[in-house]
Structure formats: structure tokens, C-alpha cells
Design a protein around this ligand. Structure first.
Ligand code: F6P
Length: 358
């Protein structure tokens, strides 16, 4: 029997996951290994073991596909996170059942493609003696241990495209268009998407805002003769005296969202201008990956197989200084990378007359 390696995709989907899977399969086949893909994240590891053999044929043409061909979930038996920073323990009995399946299938190591929560689970599997390699994934781009995650560039592209479209309707109607974007506790998607799409105001979690300052910035634009204004609001943004707007609890964490509508109402109240809110939501997670995400995903997948081949278990692929390297998963979890409020990106945005409402 050929040596076997397992792979699963866990947490929220994002463009580029299939590029990673393709990279894993082709690099593994080159070594003469067989790849077993577990369905629906860690859940596929539970008896009877929901899996498929991933070979050349199964990955043919998947590079351009969003989502993941083996499915994913951010719920289930392996949830190891209960909110930002908190760590829950995956029951030993659940890990034992997963190990039983891996042993039965003759799988020597497992590649886990996921975000911070999934890496927290990966760490627990590794600590329990299952050979794990992590591949970081999130559109939020908020993991300290890697300079970039695939999925982010595709999400930013969606925001930029939306702003391009909303710009024309904003100017035609002389309206304020408020666009709510994802990103959880980090403002990266809002900041990058906002700069690329020519936003006038960007509101991010790292810089609490003041409604009066936002209104003043819009009035100033009006006075200068600008016809419309574009406001990008990260879902995790909050006013100086307010809280993040949360929806229901799911998968061990609160879903964020709803701040866009509130910001739109407050702007209308303070400026008297017609204001509309557009929530981009899961549009940011769908569709074909950008060039950058296809390449990054491929490099991450190939690197994960190399790490398994070299026996670097317990490590996570990481992008640093334009190189794909690796770091211990233990050093990567629970470390969020947020937008530095006084950093170069924010300063650049301010220099092109973008207001942060502060
Ligand atoms: O972490 C990725 C992300 O898309 C966040 O930006 C967002 O808050 C969350 O996932 C949404 O999760 P769900 O798909 O469970 O609604």
C-alpha cells in the first residue's frame, strides 16, 4: 500500500482552498503518496470516517473554483474555540475516535487547512500524538504568524469591485453609500478594500469612531463639491462609546454584523443626506480566487506536503518576507494580527483624504 496522507478543510470557506488541495495532491503524488480527503472538516474523522481518495482526476479543473470540494464546517465535535482568545478542550474521547479512523485508514499524517480555531484543534490533535501540519486560511488575514493568508486578496477584490459599482450610484443620486464588510475583529479587508475602491471614510475595529466626525467629513466633502460619499464599515467596528454589533452565537463565537445599517442611519440623521447601506456578507467568500490566492494556495499546499515529508509535525505553513516557511502551530494560535492604528497603511489612507471617523 502507498504511504497515505490525510487532508481536511475546516472553518469558513474561502477562495484558494481548492488550490491548496490541488497543490497537496500533486506534490504528494510526486512522492508516491496517496491523499485521503476528509469531508466537512474534522467531522469527517469521526467513525465511520467520511472520506474520499483525492487523485489527479478529482482535482482536475478545481483551481478556479471557490469553496472546497471536500466541504467544511465551523461547528461540530471538534470546536476548540469559544470566542476570541479563549480555548476549549476537544474531549479526549472525540480525539481517540479520530485516531482510530486514521489508524484504520493507514494515515501517517494529517494536513489541516483552517483558521485560528482550526489550528487550536490541530494543536490538540498534535498534543495527543496525531501528526499534524497546519495550513493557515482566512479572508480576514488576521493571523500574526503569517504575513498573508490566501482568500484575503479575493475578498478585497470583491470589496473593491463593489465600491467601483457603488461610486456611480452614489454620485448620480448624491447619496452616501455605506458598505459593511467582513473581517471579524480586524479591519484589514475594510482598509485594503477601501483604499483600492476609493472609499472616503473607512471604519475599522482598531480605531473606534465618532459619528459627529463622520458627519463632519461628509459635510466637508459636500462643501468641496463632491457629489456622493463612500463609507466602508468593518463588521467589527464600533463607535467610541458603543459596542461591537453582534448577531447570534454560532460555532463557539458570536457572529458580527449589523453596524452598517446603524452607521447609515446616524449619518442620515446628522447630515440630512440620503443614505443607503449595502452588506457584502458572504459574497466576499465566494467566486473564483484571484491570481495571488491561486499562487499562494498552491505554494501552501506544496509546502505542507514537504513539511510532512521532512517530519516537521506540529508546524504550520507561514508566509514571511515573500517566502513560504513554517512556524510551530503552538506559536501561531490565539495570536491575532490587527491593523496598527498608527501604521503606514492607515497613514497612507489619511494622506489620500480618507477619514477614519476619529
Ligand atoms: O472568518 C471569516 C469570516 O468570513 C468572518 O469575516 C466573518 O465574521 C465570519 O467568517 C462569518 O462566518 P459565518 O460564515 O459562519 O457566518
Amino acid at each position: 500500500m502507498k504511504p497515505r496522507i490525510g487532508v481536511l478543510t475546516s472553518g469558513g470557506d474561502c477562495p484558494g482552498l481548492n488550490a491548496v488541495l490541488r497543490g497537496v495532491v500533486l506534490a504528494a503524488e510526486k512522492l508516491g503518496w496517496e491523499v485521503i480527503g476528509f469531508r466537512d472538516g474534522f467531522e469527517g474523522l469521526l467513525p465511520p470516517g467520511d472520506h474520499i481518495v483525492l487523485d489527479r482526476k478529482s482535482i482536475d479543473g478545481i483551481m478556479a473554483l471557490g469553496g472546497t470540494i471536500i466541504g467544511t464546517t465551523n461547528r461540530g465535535h471538534f470546536i476548540a474555540k469559544v470566542g476570541a482568545g479563549d480555548r476549549a478542550v476537544v474531549p479526549g474521547e472525540v480525539i481517540a475516535r479520530a485516531r482510530e479512523i486514521l489508524n484504520k485508514l493507514g494515515i501517517q499524517s494529517l494536513i489541516i487547512i483552517g483558521g485560528d480555531g482550526s489550528m487550536t484543534t490541530a494543536l490538540q490533535l498534535q498534543e495527543a500524538g496525531i501528526n499534524c501540519i497546519g495550513v493557515p486560511k482566512t479572508i480576514d488575514n488576521d493571523l500574526e504568524a503569517t504575513a498573508m493568508t490566501f482568500g484575503f486578496d479575493s475578498a478585497v477584490d470583491v470589496v473593491m469591485d463593489a465600491l467601483d459599482r457603488l461610486h456611480t450610484t452614489a454620485t448620480s443620486h448624491k447619496r452616501v453609500m455605506v458598505v459593511e464588510v467582513m473581517g471579524r475583529h480586524a479591519g484589514w479587508i475594510a482598509l485594503h478594500g477601501g483604499i483600492a475602491g476609493g472609499a472616503d471614510i473607512i471604519l475599522i475595529p482598531e480605531i473606534p469612531f465618532d459619528y459627529n466626525k463622520i458627519a463632519a467629513a461628509i459635510k466637508e466633502r459636500d462643501a468641496r463639491g463632491n457629489l456622493g460619499s463612500l463609507v466602508v464599515v468593518a463588521e467589527g467596528a464600533r463607535s467610541k462609546d458603543g459596542q461591537q454589533v453582534k448577531r447570534e452565537m454560532e460555532g463557539g463565537e458570536f457572529r458580527l454584523g449589523g453596524i452598517g445599517e446603524i452607521v447609515a442611519q446616524e449619518i442620515a440623521k446628522r447630515t440630512g443626506k440620503q443614505t443607503r447601506c449595502c452588506i457584502l456578507g458572504h459574497l466576499q467568500r465566494g467566486g473564483a480566487p484571484t491570481t495571488l490566492d491561486r499562487i499562494l494556495g498552491t505554494r501552501f499546499g506544496v509546502k505542507a506536503v514537504q513539511l510532512a515529508n521532512e517530519g516537521h509535525f506540529g508546524s504550520m505553513v507561514s508566509y514571511q518576507n515573500y517566502q513560504v516557511r513554517h512556524v510551530p502551530i503552538a506559536d501561531a494560535v490565539n495570536r491575532l494580527r490587527l491593523v496598527p492604528p498608527n501604521g503606514e497603511m492607515v497613514q497612507t489612507a489619511r494622506d489620500v483624504e480618507i477619514s477614519f471617523g476619529d
